[in-house]
Design a protein around this ligand. Structure first.
Ligand SMILES: [Ca+2]
Ligand SMILES: [Ca+2]
Length: 292
């Protein structure tokens, strides 16, 4: 009989009776209460475990609590570093965060969810064995992408939700980022749920772009679509290599009539009220811009 095996059910601890776990076993927990968090826990054997085939602490199994099949990484309140890498057999995305590690099938339908839980977390992309992201990567927090250049394939989707995501140009150029935003490879399920009022904004600077959850038309990200935003768009009308901050809301890199129309449709809205206020733009302004 093995000694009791202490398992860390991330983020809670639980001691379970000795069970004959080995590297290929799984242990399915029954939720103790209906309010039990529905998470997909990773289980780690600690030093008290000296039976079976494991000689060192490591992941021994996955425990599913509740019905969800989603795999969730929850960071600390500080700044975490999470590394994503494909396994050499090309079946899983292996993640590490500090001393914790786990893996998820690349094609897992629910995808890998990373909850930052405070701080600014770095997600390091390790392309050693191929694309380091699963088919669905879902983010909730404040993140920075690190590591090598990222290429998002046709079967892959990065759902940024309402996250703030900083992407150095060395990981994605502005043009590549805009392409992914345009074709939905990088999207926000929160924005989709909000019915078009919000979009992931691409805010570019000299070395990086930042994705922010923004009201359509809100160039300065102050939570309202107001005259300052219209002015910014007007000042950049016709510009190329433009980002959200200059008034490009459809990710085509130029500030054009479609962008002006989008701003007009959301003019007067705020993140708080959500009330659609009739656009008060001067029709002559719209016409003048259209002729340019
Ligand atoms: Ca604004
Ligand atoms: Ca545009």
């Amino acid at each position: 009989m093995s000694p009791p095996l202490q398992l860390t059910l991330f983020p809670v601890k639980l001691t379970v009776p000795a069970v004959p776990l080995n590297s290929s076993d799984t242990y399915t927990d029954t939720p103790q209460a209906s309010s039990a968090p529905i998470l997909y826990y990773r289980v780690r054997a600690f030093n008290g475990f000296n039976g079976g085939t494991l000689s060192a602490p490591g992941i021994v199994a996955s425990v599913v609590v509740g019905a969800s099949t989603a795999d969730t990484i929850i960071g600390t309140s500080g700044n975490d570093t999470i590394t994503l890498k494909q396994d050499s057999g090309h079946q899983f995305i292996v993640w590490t965060m500090g001393s914790q590690t786990g893996q998820i099938p690349i094609s897992d339908a629910a995808g890998l969810m990373i909850v930052g839980n405070g701080g600014t977390d770095t997600i390091t992309l390790d392309p050693t064995n191929g694309s380091p992201i699963p088919d669905r990567l879902r983010l909730n927090g404040t993140f920075v992408f690190g590591g090598s250049a990222l290429s998002i394939g046709g079967t892959q989707e990065v759902d940024v939700g309402q996250s703030t995501l900083t992407i150095p140009h060395s990981v994605l150029s502005l043009v590549a980022l805009q392409t992914y935003l345009k074709n939905g490879s990088i999207m926000s399920s929160s924005a989709v749920a909000a019915g078009g009022r919000f979009l992931p904004a691409d805010v570019n600077s000299s070395s990086q772009a930042q994705i922010r959850y923004a009201l359509v038309g809100d160039t300065d990200l102050d939570g309202t679509v107001a005259f300052a935003d219209l002015l910014k768009l007007a000042q950049n009308y016709g510009a190329s290599s433009a980002d959200w901050g200059k008034g490009d809301f459809n990710y085509d890199g130029t500030v054009g009539f479609a962008d002006l129309l989008a701003l007009a449709q959301h003019y007067g809205q705020t993140t708080a009220s959500g009330a659609a206020v009739a656009a008060s733009l001067d029709p002559l302004f719209l016409k003048a811009r259209q002729r340019r």
